[in-house]
Design a protein around this ligand. Structure first.
Ligand code: GCW
Length: 695
């Protein structure tokens, strides 16, 4: 028996485990570099807590112990009998909120936090440094988040499906709650805490009223109880018509005293269950959801009614600006701006307006939303989409930090040069009293959480950027790869390079040069540029690409919809001249002739069609690069990504052939050399797309 245990132990150490990705970036496997282990060992003999051991502090302590014991393969003591060589967790009131300091002093390592969350985040930072084998000796670093509320928004439905979710079912098992607590809830909270996420809205913004019932509040409470020790607050998406749906009030008019009273009572009830409840997230008068406009009231009236109900408890209203009233003659690009800009300054103090990164809807590339910089008196939250609704679901490798950064670094010029979107969101441009950012989650019940293993990086990168938007996409990729895949320098470089190029590759094989919204109707998967009829004109593809025999693209300049006029004049200057407009945004703002010579020296048609071919070739390049790391990463994880890259190649071919063949019917031009005309016909491609639309 003893021998058997010994053999197992040896095998455990020597044989590479097949990894299913469940452990994300928190594997804590033994570090292979003995000198690094020795360096870290010097301060890892004990952990001492010199502050009140609240649940969050206990989480921090337990995590640190777990991490160090895994990484160093040595036991960590509970308290100091020795003078030096340990880690001390303590408070330091002088630090900024949620901030921490890690400092090596007098033979010990001190992790000080302004508050319990600061301590927790400091512990995760130290573990990240160790996981990436970074130097820790003589360390003194201080960090604090740039944005207060760093949220995940789940579009999870009561029956366990996830709207736009591609990694299995919802993590929340509503029918088992509150009595049964899936251990996965805790693992989920832990992963979030490790990247500084401090709030989650757990249900779909297309909200069921059932979450506000007593029956469901006890379930939500059970989740909140699991998340709390990880510093995570719970929010609920609410259905604006709840008073009517749940309690048969004659209406849900926000100025009706009975309706207001209903929400006040409801808020009280919610806080009885969850004393630290975060607040309500609201999608109203958008895509058929109820809202104040049905009663002749504004978004501000609706938001302020909820704000009044939540105020006694310090709760927040997060009111989404994703609205586009049906105006067939208009331009959807302008709708949110038209509705919200006039309301600037009319929202109560505890209201935040949440704006998607771009004006249409989470496309592979969008210009930043024109509301950023235009609402000086209303705190705006950023809404990014982590789940890849328009970016190939969980079959395409797209590292989204590049997309996030492009938006965050765009300059609004709201108060002079350098007024980036990031600085609007972090409050520094308009001195917002409260700041927030949200990411639509890509998690689900798949063992590896996100379907595509590489999409774990998007969850990770979102959290890291929410904490500090100045981090570079390369640095974030670097640390994520080292924690998730390998620390072998050549492999890290290969994977990083692939990740950093992946978003542009996806843009090339789907929507180059600023083409947008030409994907399969409803499911938003695959190409459907020929889509010409839908329930609304702005749900078709032809509405957006406007291709004709002359050219392609949406004229949003002053001679067109003039949506460009919503931006600061300096921004307009960047985009309003088709000669100088960044090619990445060209078709967002201009209808361009097929023969028009571009800055690349090629005609628009040649450049446009060539990019599809390049995109496909680049997916082939990603496959080759991936093959290079085969022996340096876990075999099961390797194979999973290799398989999905092969799928992406096939899907990229579909995009290329569908778009080239379809737009060729307008341009009437040959595919430019050296590329070959697709061997399939447009009808072939239409059939494939139809299959994906079948019930
Ligand atoms: O992008 C669209 C999605 C809808 C989503 C909506 C929104 C939750 O296709 O599925 O609904 O945006 O953001 O409200």
């Amino acid at each position: 028996m003893k021998n058997l245990i010994l053999i197992c132990l040896i095998l455990n150490v020597c044989v590479a485990h097949a990894d299913d990705g469940y452990r994300l970036w928190l594997k804590y496997d033994l570090l292979s570099d003995a000198s690094k282990r020795a360096e870290y060992q010097r301060f890892s003999t004990f952990i001492e807590v010199r502050t009140e051991p609240t649940p969050v502090v206990q989480t921090a302590q337990a995590e640190l112990k777990r991490g160090i014991e895994g990484l160093l393969g040595a036991k960590v003591g509970a308290t100091a009998k020795l003078k030096g060589g340990g880690i001390i967790l303590q408070k330091n009131e002088s630090l900024p909120e949620e901030g921490y300091r890690i400092e090596s002093k007098d033979d010990n390592l001190f992790i000080s936090g302004k508050d319990e969350r600061g301590i927790l985040y400091g512990c995760f930072e130290l573990l990240r440094l160790m996981q990436t084998e970074s130097p820790v000796s003589g360390i003194k670093i201080e960090q604090a988040p740039k944005i207060r509320l760093r949220m995940l928004n789940h579009w999870d439905n009561p029956l366990g499906t996830i709207e736009r979710g591609y990694a299995g079912a919802s993590l929340w098992k509503w029918y088992e709650l509150p009595e049964t607590i899936d251990p996965r809830y805790q693992d989920y909270a832990r992963a979030n805490a490790s990247i500084g996420i401090n709030a989650v809205a757990i249900n779909n913004v297309n909200a069921s009223a059932r979450f506000l019932t007593t029956e469901y509040l006890s379930k939500v409470k059970a989740l909140a109880d699991v998340f709390r020790p990880y510093g995570i607050q719970v929010f609920l998406s609410i259905n604006f018509a709840s008073p009517k749906i749940l309690d048969k009030l004659p209406n849900s008019d926000p100025l009706d005293p009975d309706v207001r009273k209903w929400w006040q009572e409801k808020a009280k009830e919610v806080y009885r269950y969850i004393p630290d409840f975060g607040g309500f997230l609201v999608k109203a008068n958008s895509e058929g959801e109820p809202g104040p406009q049905e009663h002749g009231r504004t978004h501000a009236d609706g938001a302020n009614m909820l704000a009044e109900a939540l105020r006694p408890f310090n709760g927040k209203v997060i009111w989404r600006a994703f609205v586009y009233s049906p105006d067939p003659a208009g331009d959807r690009f302008r709708e949110a701006y038209n509705e919200f800009k006039p309301l600037d300054g009319l929202f109560d103090k505890n209201v935040v307006v949440q704006v998607k990164n771009g004006p249409i809807d989470f496309q592979p590339r969008e210009p930043f939303h024109p509301l950023f910089g235009a609402m000086p008196k209303t705190p705006l939250a950023m809404e990014f989409q982590i789940t890849q609704e328009y970016l190939g679901f969980s079959t395409n490798l797209v590292y989204l930090a590049t997309l996030f950064k492009e938006c965050l670094e765009a300059d609004t010029y709201a108060s002079g040069k350098g007024s980036t979107v990031a600085k609007v969101v972090d409050g520094s441009v308009h001195q917002y009293a409260f700041t927030a950012i949200a990411g639509v989650a890509n998690t689900g019940s798949d063992r590896n959480w996100t379907g595509h293993l590489m999409s774990q990086a998007n969850w990770y990168a979102y959290g890291r950027l929410a904490w500090d938007h100045t981090l570079s996409e390369a640095q974030i990729a670097d640390e994520w790869i080292k924690m998730t895949w390998t620390k072998a320098p050549a492999a890290v470089l290969t994977i990083k390079n692939l990740m950093l190029r992946s978003r542009e590759i996806y843009v090339n094989h789907t929507t180059p040069l600023g083409l947008h919204h030409v994907m399969g109707q409803g499911i938003h998967f695959g190409p459907e540029p020929w889509l010409s009829r839908s329930a609304r004109p702005d749900w078709t593809s032809i509405y957006y690409h406007r291709a004709d025999s002359a050219g392609i693209g949406f004229n949003r300049t002053v001679t067109g919809s003039n949506a460009l006029g919503l931006y600061h004049p300096e921004v307009q200057k960047q985009w309003n001249n088709p000669e100088t407009c960044d090619l990445n945004y060209l078709l967002w703002f201009h209808h361009v002739g097929w023969n028009k010579r571009l800055s690349t020296g090629k005609s628009l048609w040649d450049e446009f069609s060539a990019r599809y071919y390049q995109g496909v070739e680049e997916v082939g390049w990603m496959q080759e690069e991936w093959a290079k790391v085969r022996d340096m990463v876990d075999p099961e994880m390797y194979a999973d990504v290799a398989g999905r890259l092969a799928v992406q190649y096939r899907e990229a071919l579909n995009w290329r052939d569908a778009c080239v063949l379809y737009f060729q019917t307008f341009s009437k031009k040959p595919v430019p050399a050296p590329f070959q005309q697709p061997t399939r016909t447009l009808e072939d491609l239409k059939k494939i797309v139809e299959i994906y639309q079948l019930k």
